[in-house]
Design a protein around this ligand. Structure first.
Ligand code: NDP
Ligand code: MG
Length: 393
Protein backbone atom coordinates (compact mmCIF):
# COMPACT_ATOMS: atom_id res chain seq x y z
CA UNK A 1 0.00 0.00 0.00
CA UNK A 2 1.54 3.32 -1.15
CA UNK A 3 0.64 6.64 0.49
CA UNK A 4 0.25 9.59 -1.88
CA UNK A 5 0.02 13.37 -1.71
CA UNK A 6 -1.63 14.99 -4.73
CA UNK A 7 -0.60 18.63 -5.21
CA UNK A 8 -3.02 20.43 -7.51
CA UNK A 9 -5.74 17.80 -6.98
CA UNK A 10 -8.51 20.04 -8.39
CA UNK A 11 -6.74 20.40 -11.74
CA UNK A 12 -6.84 18.27 -14.84
CA UNK A 13 -3.80 16.15 -13.86
CA UNK A 14 -4.90 16.04 -10.22
CA UNK A 15 -8.37 14.72 -11.08
CA UNK A 16 -6.92 12.13 -13.48
CA UNK A 17 -4.55 11.02 -10.71
CA UNK A 18 -7.41 10.56 -8.25
CA UNK A 19 -9.30 8.62 -10.94
CA UNK A 20 -6.42 6.15 -11.37
CA UNK A 21 -5.92 5.86 -7.60
CA UNK A 22 -9.65 5.13 -7.10
CA UNK A 23 -9.30 2.12 -9.45
CA UNK A 24 -6.75 0.57 -7.06
CA UNK A 25 -8.07 0.98 -3.50
CA UNK A 26 -5.84 -1.81 -2.18
CA UNK A 27 -2.64 -0.35 -3.62
CA UNK A 28 -2.84 3.38 -2.87
CA UNK A 29 -4.14 5.60 -0.09
CA UNK A 30 -4.35 9.40 -0.21
CA UNK A 31 -2.57 11.36 2.50
CA UNK A 32 -3.19 14.95 1.35
CA UNK A 33 -4.73 16.82 -1.55
CA UNK A 34 -4.29 20.50 -2.39
CA UNK A 35 -6.37 23.03 -4.28
CA UNK A 36 -6.45 26.76 -4.81
CA UNK A 37 -9.72 28.37 -5.97
CA UNK A 38 -12.03 25.44 -6.70
CA UNK A 39 -13.18 24.68 -3.15
CA UNK A 40 -16.31 22.63 -4.04
CA UNK A 41 -14.24 20.20 -6.14
CA UNK A 42 -11.60 20.07 -3.42
CA UNK A 43 -14.23 18.95 -0.90
CA UNK A 44 -15.93 16.36 -3.15
CA UNK A 45 -12.47 15.00 -4.03
CA UNK A 46 -11.45 14.81 -0.36
CA UNK A 47 -14.62 12.89 0.49
CA UNK A 48 -14.21 10.54 -2.47
CA UNK A 49 -10.57 9.66 -1.69
CA UNK A 50 -10.80 9.96 2.13
CA UNK A 51 -7.85 12.39 2.21
CA UNK A 52 -6.41 12.93 5.68
CA UNK A 53 -5.44 16.53 4.89
CA UNK A 54 -6.77 19.25 2.60
CA UNK A 55 -4.35 22.06 1.81
CA UNK A 56 -5.51 25.46 0.55
CA UNK A 57 -3.35 28.42 -0.42
CA UNK A 58 -5.12 31.27 1.38
CA UNK A 59 -6.50 31.86 4.85
CA UNK A 60 -9.33 33.83 3.20
CA UNK A 61 -10.81 30.57 1.82
CA UNK A 62 -10.87 28.87 5.23
CA UNK A 63 -14.42 29.79 6.35
CA UNK A 64 -16.00 28.92 2.98
CA UNK A 65 -14.10 25.61 2.91
CA UNK A 66 -15.24 24.76 6.46
CA UNK A 67 -18.90 25.37 5.46
CA UNK A 68 -18.60 23.20 2.35
CA UNK A 69 -16.93 20.46 4.40
CA UNK A 70 -19.63 20.34 7.04
CA UNK A 71 -22.35 20.22 4.34
CA UNK A 72 -20.52 17.30 2.69
CA UNK A 73 -19.72 15.54 5.96
CA UNK A 74 -16.01 15.77 5.14
CA UNK A 75 -13.66 14.95 8.02
CA UNK A 76 -10.30 15.86 6.52
CA UNK A 77 -8.04 18.23 8.42
CA UNK A 78 -7.41 21.66 6.85
CA UNK A 79 -3.90 23.07 6.42
CA UNK A 80 -3.21 26.50 4.94
CA UNK A 81 -0.41 28.13 2.96
CA UNK A 82 2.79 27.47 1.03
CA UNK A 83 4.56 25.90 4.03
CA UNK A 84 1.70 23.44 4.47
CA UNK A 85 2.21 22.30 0.85
CA UNK A 86 5.84 21.59 1.67
CA UNK A 87 4.79 19.79 4.86
CA UNK A 88 2.42 17.36 3.12
CA UNK A 89 5.01 16.77 0.37
CA UNK A 90 7.74 15.79 2.80
CA UNK A 91 5.76 14.07 5.59
CA UNK A 92 7.35 10.77 6.67
CA UNK A 93 4.09 8.85 5.99
CA UNK A 94 4.20 9.80 2.29
CA UNK A 95 5.84 7.59 -0.36
CA UNK A 96 4.82 9.39 -3.54
CA UNK A 97 4.02 13.01 -4.39
CA UNK A 98 2.13 13.98 -7.55
CA UNK A 99 3.38 17.46 -8.46
CA UNK A 100 0.47 18.92 -10.45
CA UNK A 101 0.17 22.54 -9.34
CA UNK A 102 0.33 24.78 -12.40
CA UNK A 103 3.13 27.33 -12.77
CA UNK A 104 5.87 28.64 -10.51
CA UNK A 105 3.75 27.98 -7.39
CA UNK A 106 4.61 24.30 -7.86
CA UNK A 107 8.36 24.70 -7.46
CA UNK A 108 8.87 24.82 -3.69
CA UNK A 109 6.49 22.00 -2.70
CA UNK A 110 8.00 19.81 -5.43
CA UNK A 111 11.49 20.56 -4.17
CA UNK A 112 10.36 19.73 -0.64
CA UNK A 113 9.30 16.28 -1.88
CA UNK A 114 12.65 15.88 -3.66
CA UNK A 115 14.61 16.86 -0.55
CA UNK A 116 12.63 14.33 1.48
CA UNK A 117 13.74 11.63 -1.02
CA UNK A 118 10.23 10.79 -2.20
CA UNK A 119 9.08 9.26 -5.46
CA UNK A 120 8.11 12.47 -7.27
CA UNK A 121 5.70 12.27 -10.19
CA UNK A 122 6.56 15.42 -12.08
CA UNK A 123 3.76 17.05 -14.07
CA UNK A 124 4.80 20.59 -13.07
CA UNK A 125 7.36 21.14 -15.86
CA UNK A 126 7.88 24.72 -14.63
CA UNK A 127 10.03 23.33 -11.77
CA UNK A 128 12.64 22.17 -14.29
CA UNK A 129 12.26 25.16 -16.60
CA UNK A 130 12.92 27.53 -13.69
CA UNK A 131 15.64 25.66 -11.88
CA UNK A 132 16.73 22.64 -13.96
CA UNK A 133 20.32 22.17 -12.80
CA UNK A 134 19.68 23.01 -9.13
CA UNK A 135 16.59 20.79 -9.16
CA UNK A 136 18.40 17.80 -10.68
CA UNK A 137 21.31 18.26 -8.25
CA UNK A 138 18.80 18.06 -5.40
CA UNK A 139 17.27 14.89 -6.93
CA UNK A 140 20.71 13.23 -6.96
CA UNK A 141 21.78 14.53 -3.55
CA UNK A 142 18.61 13.38 -1.78
CA UNK A 143 18.19 10.18 -3.84
CA UNK A 144 14.66 11.13 -4.84
CA UNK A 145 13.02 9.03 -7.54
CA UNK A 146 11.92 11.47 -10.23
CA UNK A 147 9.44 10.06 -12.76
CA UNK A 148 8.14 12.20 -15.62
CA UNK A 149 4.38 12.52 -16.04
CA UNK A 150 4.38 14.90 -19.00
CA UNK A 151 3.26 12.46 -21.70
CA UNK A 152 6.26 13.09 -23.99
CA UNK A 153 8.83 12.62 -21.24
CA UNK A 154 6.99 9.63 -19.87
CA UNK A 155 7.07 8.18 -23.41
CA UNK A 156 10.82 8.83 -23.72
CA UNK A 157 11.35 7.28 -20.28
CA UNK A 158 9.53 4.16 -21.54
CA UNK A 159 11.62 4.04 -24.75
CA UNK A 160 15.04 4.37 -23.11
CA UNK A 161 17.10 1.26 -22.36
CA UNK A 162 16.52 -0.13 -18.88
CA UNK A 163 20.12 0.53 -17.84
CA UNK A 164 20.11 4.09 -19.19
CA UNK A 165 22.45 6.40 -17.31
CA UNK A 166 21.34 10.00 -17.57
CA UNK A 167 23.77 12.21 -19.52
CA UNK A 168 25.25 9.15 -21.21
CA UNK A 169 23.36 9.21 -24.46
CA UNK A 170 26.16 8.13 -26.76
CA UNK A 171 27.25 5.27 -24.54
CA UNK A 172 23.64 4.00 -24.55
CA UNK A 173 23.62 3.98 -28.36
CA UNK A 174 21.06 6.78 -28.60
CA UNK A 175 21.40 9.26 -31.45
CA UNK A 176 18.40 11.50 -30.88
CA UNK A 177 15.29 12.19 -28.80
CA UNK A 178 12.23 13.03 -30.91
CA UNK A 179 9.72 15.15 -29.02
CA UNK A 180 6.31 15.04 -30.70
CA UNK A 181 3.60 17.72 -30.50
CA UNK A 182 0.22 18.02 -32.17
CA UNK A 183 0.82 21.58 -33.41
CA UNK A 184 -2.32 22.68 -31.52
CA UNK A 185 -5.59 24.07 -32.86
CA UNK A 186 -3.92 26.64 -35.20
CA UNK A 187 -1.63 24.30 -37.14
CA UNK A 188 -3.31 25.06 -40.45
CA UNK A 189 -4.96 28.41 -39.61
CA UNK A 190 -4.23 31.38 -41.89
CA UNK A 191 -1.43 33.41 -40.19
CA UNK A 192 -3.21 36.68 -41.13
CA UNK A 193 -6.10 35.77 -38.79
CA UNK A 194 -3.96 35.12 -35.66
CA UNK A 195 -4.52 38.60 -34.17
CA UNK A 196 -8.22 37.82 -33.59
CA UNK A 197 -7.79 34.41 -31.87
CA UNK A 198 -9.95 34.19 -28.71
CA UNK A 199 -9.04 32.41 -25.44
CA UNK A 200 -11.75 29.79 -26.02
CA UNK A 201 -10.37 29.04 -29.49
CA UNK A 202 -6.86 28.69 -28.06
CA UNK A 203 -8.10 26.39 -25.29
CA UNK A 204 -9.93 24.05 -27.70
CA UNK A 205 -7.10 21.56 -28.13
CA UNK A 206 -7.81 19.03 -30.90
CA UNK A 207 -6.66 15.93 -28.95
CA UNK A 208 -6.03 16.58 -25.24
CA UNK A 209 -8.25 18.00 -22.47
CA UNK A 210 -6.06 20.11 -20.17
CA UNK A 211 -6.02 23.18 -17.92
CA UNK A 212 -6.35 26.59 -19.64
CA UNK A 213 -2.73 27.76 -19.17
CA UNK A 214 -1.17 24.67 -20.74
CA UNK A 215 -3.84 24.68 -23.47
CA UNK A 216 -2.78 28.19 -24.56
CA UNK A 217 0.86 27.08 -24.37
CA UNK A 218 0.00 24.14 -26.63
CA UNK A 219 -1.66 26.44 -29.16
CA UNK A 220 1.48 28.64 -29.30
CA UNK A 221 3.78 25.59 -28.95
CA UNK A 222 5.39 27.30 -25.97
CA UNK A 223 4.42 24.07 -24.24
CA UNK A 224 6.75 22.14 -26.57
CA UNK A 225 9.43 24.75 -25.87
CA UNK A 226 9.02 24.23 -22.11
CA UNK A 227 9.12 20.48 -22.73
CA UNK A 228 12.34 20.88 -24.74
CA UNK A 229 13.92 22.51 -21.66
CA UNK A 230 12.34 19.90 -19.39
CA UNK A 231 13.78 17.06 -21.53
CA UNK A 232 17.26 18.60 -21.46
CA UNK A 233 17.39 18.56 -17.67
CA UNK A 234 15.46 15.38 -17.05
CA UNK A 235 17.57 13.20 -19.35
CA UNK A 236 20.86 15.14 -19.28
CA UNK A 237 20.74 16.08 -22.99
CA UNK A 238 22.37 18.68 -25.20
CA UNK A 239 20.07 20.89 -27.28
CA UNK A 240 21.36 19.18 -30.44
CA UNK A 241 20.14 15.81 -29.09
CA UNK A 242 16.49 16.92 -29.19
CA UNK A 243 14.29 17.38 -32.26
CA UNK A 244 10.70 18.65 -32.17
CA UNK A 245 8.34 16.98 -34.65
CA UNK A 246 4.71 17.88 -35.31
CA UNK A 247 2.49 14.79 -35.26
CA UNK A 248 -1.11 16.05 -35.42
CA UNK A 249 -2.73 12.75 -34.39
CA UNK A 250 -1.04 12.71 -30.91
CA UNK A 251 -0.85 8.92 -31.03
CA UNK A 252 2.93 8.70 -30.79
CA UNK A 253 3.82 10.50 -27.58
CA UNK A 254 7.56 10.72 -28.34
CA UNK A 255 10.40 8.57 -29.67
CA UNK A 256 14.02 7.59 -29.11
CA UNK A 257 16.27 7.06 -32.11
CA UNK A 258 19.24 4.69 -31.81
CA UNK A 259 22.54 4.68 -33.71
CA UNK A 260 21.65 1.47 -35.55
CA UNK A 261 18.67 3.17 -37.21
CA UNK A 262 15.99 1.83 -34.84
CA UNK A 263 13.37 4.24 -33.56
CA UNK A 264 11.39 3.20 -30.48
CA UNK A 265 8.10 5.02 -29.94
CA UNK A 266 5.47 4.93 -27.23
CA UNK A 267 1.90 4.99 -28.55
CA UNK A 268 -1.49 5.29 -26.94
CA UNK A 269 -4.71 7.23 -26.86
CA UNK A 270 -4.13 10.82 -25.69
CA UNK A 271 -5.20 10.37 -22.08
CA UNK A 272 -2.97 11.45 -19.18
CA UNK A 273 -4.10 8.49 -17.07
CA UNK A 274 -1.58 6.31 -18.97
CA UNK A 275 1.57 8.20 -17.86
CA UNK A 276 0.04 8.81 -14.42
CA UNK A 277 -0.62 5.08 -13.93
CA UNK A 278 2.92 4.24 -15.07
CA UNK A 279 4.37 6.76 -12.62
CA UNK A 280 2.28 5.41 -9.76
CA UNK A 281 3.08 1.76 -10.41
CA UNK A 282 6.59 1.82 -11.97
CA UNK A 283 8.23 -0.60 -12.65
CA UNK A 284 4.96 -2.57 -12.68
CA UNK A 285 1.98 -1.79 -14.91
CA UNK A 286 -1.55 -1.19 -13.64
CA UNK A 287 -4.91 -0.65 -15.32
CA UNK A 288 -5.58 3.06 -15.96
CA UNK A 289 -9.08 3.21 -17.45
CA UNK A 290 -7.68 4.28 -20.84
CA UNK A 291 -9.19 2.62 -23.92
CA UNK A 292 -6.67 0.60 -25.93
CA UNK A 293 -5.72 1.95 -29.38
CA UNK A 294 -7.88 0.76 -32.24
CA UNK A 295 -5.27 0.45 -34.98
CA UNK A 296 -7.81 -0.20 -37.75
CA UNK A 297 -9.28 3.27 -37.14
CA UNK A 298 -5.91 5.09 -37.23
CA UNK A 299 -6.24 6.40 -40.75
CA UNK A 300 -3.37 8.85 -40.85
CA UNK A 301 0.08 9.13 -39.33
CA UNK A 302 1.84 12.31 -40.39
CA UNK A 303 4.91 14.30 -39.32
CA UNK A 304 6.12 17.82 -40.16
CA UNK A 305 8.61 20.40 -38.91
CA UNK A 306 7.18 23.29 -36.83
CA UNK A 307 7.24 26.59 -38.81
CA UNK A 308 9.12 29.48 -37.19
CA UNK A 309 6.54 32.10 -38.17
CA UNK A 310 3.60 30.13 -36.80
CA UNK A 311 5.28 29.11 -33.53
CA UNK A 312 7.70 31.90 -32.47
CA UNK A 313 7.37 30.89 -28.80
CA UNK A 314 8.82 27.45 -29.50
CA UNK A 315 11.96 28.98 -30.99
CA UNK A 316 12.24 31.57 -28.20
CA UNK A 317 12.26 28.67 -25.74
CA UNK A 318 14.90 26.70 -27.66
CA UNK A 319 17.12 29.81 -27.82
CA UNK A 320 16.59 30.48 -24.11
CA UNK A 321 17.53 26.87 -23.39
CA UNK A 322 20.81 27.34 -25.24
CA UNK A 323 21.53 30.53 -23.26
CA UNK A 324 20.96 28.83 -19.92
CA UNK A 325 19.07 28.90 -16.65
CA UNK A 326 18.35 32.60 -16.15
CA UNK A 327 16.87 32.89 -19.66
CA UNK A 328 14.50 29.96 -19.19
CA UNK A 329 13.46 31.32 -15.78
CA UNK A 330 12.71 34.70 -17.40
CA UNK A 331 10.83 33.16 -20.30
CA UNK A 332 8.68 31.03 -18.02
CA UNK A 333 7.77 34.03 -15.85
CA UNK A 334 7.04 36.33 -18.80
CA UNK A 335 4.94 33.65 -20.45
CA UNK A 336 2.84 33.11 -17.30
CA UNK A 337 2.12 36.85 -17.15
CA UNK A 338 1.34 37.03 -20.89
CA UNK A 339 -0.85 33.92 -21.01
CA UNK A 340 -2.90 35.11 -18.01
CA UNK A 341 -3.42 38.50 -19.72
CA UNK A 342 -4.48 36.71 -22.91
CA UNK A 343 -6.91 34.46 -20.97
CA UNK A 344 -8.33 37.63 -19.34
CA UNK A 345 -8.90 39.00 -22.89
CA UNK A 346 -6.54 41.95 -22.27
CA UNK A 347 -4.09 41.21 -25.10
CA UNK A 348 -4.07 39.33 -28.40
CA UNK A 349 -2.64 35.86 -28.98
CA UNK A 350 0.29 37.37 -30.91
CA UNK A 351 1.12 39.67 -27.97
CA UNK A 352 2.17 36.62 -25.92
CA UNK A 353 5.32 36.15 -28.03
CA UNK A 354 5.90 39.92 -28.11
CA UNK A 355 5.90 40.13 -24.29
CA UNK A 356 8.08 37.03 -23.98
CA UNK A 357 10.65 38.29 -26.46
CA UNK A 358 10.85 41.81 -25.03
CA UNK A 359 11.17 40.56 -21.45
CA UNK A 360 14.05 38.31 -22.52
CA UNK A 361 15.73 41.23 -24.29
CA UNK A 362 15.41 43.55 -21.29
CA UNK A 363 16.98 41.19 -18.75
CA UNK A 364 20.66 40.45 -18.92
CA UNK A 365 21.86 36.86 -18.48
CA UNK A 366 23.11 36.14 -14.95
CA UNK A 367 24.23 33.01 -13.13
CA UNK A 368 21.62 31.65 -10.72
CA UNK A 369 23.32 29.68 -7.96
CA UNK A 370 20.46 29.06 -5.54
CA UNK A 371 16.71 28.53 -5.51
CA UNK A 372 16.36 31.86 -3.67
CA UNK A 373 18.06 33.57 -6.64
CA UNK A 374 15.80 31.72 -9.08
CA UNK A 375 12.72 32.95 -7.23
CA UNK A 376 14.09 36.51 -7.06
CA UNK A 377 14.84 36.46 -10.80
CA UNK A 378 11.38 35.04 -11.52
CA UNK A 379 9.82 37.98 -9.61
CA UNK A 380 11.99 40.50 -11.46
CA UNK A 381 10.98 39.01 -14.83
CA UNK A 382 7.29 39.17 -13.83
CA UNK A 383 7.67 42.88 -12.95
CA UNK A 384 9.32 43.62 -16.32
CA UNK A 385 6.73 41.54 -18.21
CA UNK A 386 3.93 43.42 -16.41
CA UNK A 387 5.47 46.77 -17.39
CA UNK A 388 5.64 45.66 -21.03
CA UNK A 389 2.07 44.39 -20.74
CA UNK A 390 0.96 47.76 -19.29
CA UNK A 391 2.19 49.52 -22.44
CA UNK A 392 0.06 47.20 -24.62
CA UNK A 393 -3.21 47.88 -22.74
P1 NDP B 1 -4.99 22.97 -14.06
O1 NDP B 1 -5.08 24.42 -14.31
O2 NDP B 1 -6.09 22.09 -14.53
O3 NDP B 1 -4.78 22.70 -12.50
C1 NDP B 1 -3.84 23.40 -11.75
C2 NDP B 1 -3.89 23.01 -10.29
O4 NDP B 1 -3.04 23.92 -9.55
C3 NDP B 1 -5.27 23.15 -9.66
O5 NDP B 1 -5.40 22.21 -8.64
C4 NDP B 1 -5.23 24.57 -9.09
O6 NDP B 1 -6.18 24.77 -8.06
C5 NDP B 1 -3.82 24.61 -8.56
N1 NDP B 1 -3.27 25.97 -8.45
C6 NDP B 1 -3.39 26.97 -9.34
N2 NDP B 1 -2.73 28.06 -8.90
C7 NDP B 1 -2.19 27.74 -7.70
C8 NDP B 1 -1.41 28.46 -6.73
N3 NDP B 1 -1.04 29.72 -6.93
N4 NDP B 1 -1.05 27.80 -5.60
C9 NDP B 1 -1.40 26.52 -5.39
N5 NDP B 1 -2.14 25.79 -6.27
C10 NDP B 1 -2.52 26.40 -7.41
O7 NDP B 1 -3.59 22.50 -14.68
P2 NDP B 1 -3.20 21.08 -15.28
O8 NDP B 1 -3.66 19.99 -14.40
O9 NDP B 1 -3.52 21.05 -16.72
O10 NDP B 1 -1.61 21.18 -15.20
C11 NDP B 1 -0.91 21.02 -13.98
C12 NDP B 1 0.58 20.92 -14.27
O11 NDP B 1 0.80 19.76 -15.06
C13 NDP B 1 1.13 22.10 -15.11
O12 NDP B 1 2.42 22.37 -14.70
C14 NDP B 1 1.13 21.57 -16.54
O13 NDP B 1 2.13 22.17 -17.33
C15 NDP B 1 1.44 20.10 -16.29
N6 NDP B 1 0.96 19.20 -17.32
C16 NDP B 1 -0.37 19.08 -17.58
C17 NDP B 1 -0.84 18.23 -18.57
C18 NDP B 1 -2.30 18.05 -18.82
O14 NDP B 1 -2.66 17.20 -19.64
N7 NDP B 1 -3.18 18.77 -18.19
C19 NDP B 1 0.10 17.45 -19.38
C20 NDP B 1 1.47 17.60 -18.99
C21 NDP B 1 1.88 18.45 -18.00
P3 NDP B 1 -7.70 25.32 -8.37
O15 NDP B 1 -8.13 24.66 -9.65
O16 NDP B 1 -8.45 24.83 -7.17
O17 NDP B 1 -7.61 26.79 -8.47
MG1 MG C 1 3.27 17.26 -22.70
Amino acid sequence: MKTITVLGATGSIGQNTLDVIARHPHDFRVFAISGHANLPLLVTSAVACSARYIVISNESSYAALKDLMSEANCHSEILVGAKALEQVSSAPEVDTVMSAIVGAAGLLPTLAAVKAGKRVLLANKESLVMSGELFMNAVREHKAELLPIDSEHNAIFQCLPANFEYAELQRSGISKILLTGSGGPFRTKDLDTFESITPDQACAHPNWTMGRKISVDSASMMNKGLEFIEAKWLFGLKESDIEVVIHPQSTIHSMVQYVDGSVIAQLGNPDMRTPIAYGLSFPERIESGVEPLDFASLADFSFTKPEKQRYPNLYLAIDACKQGQSSTTVLNAANEVAVQAFLDAKISFLDIARINQETLQQLEYIELDSIAQVIEHDSLARRIANTILGKLL
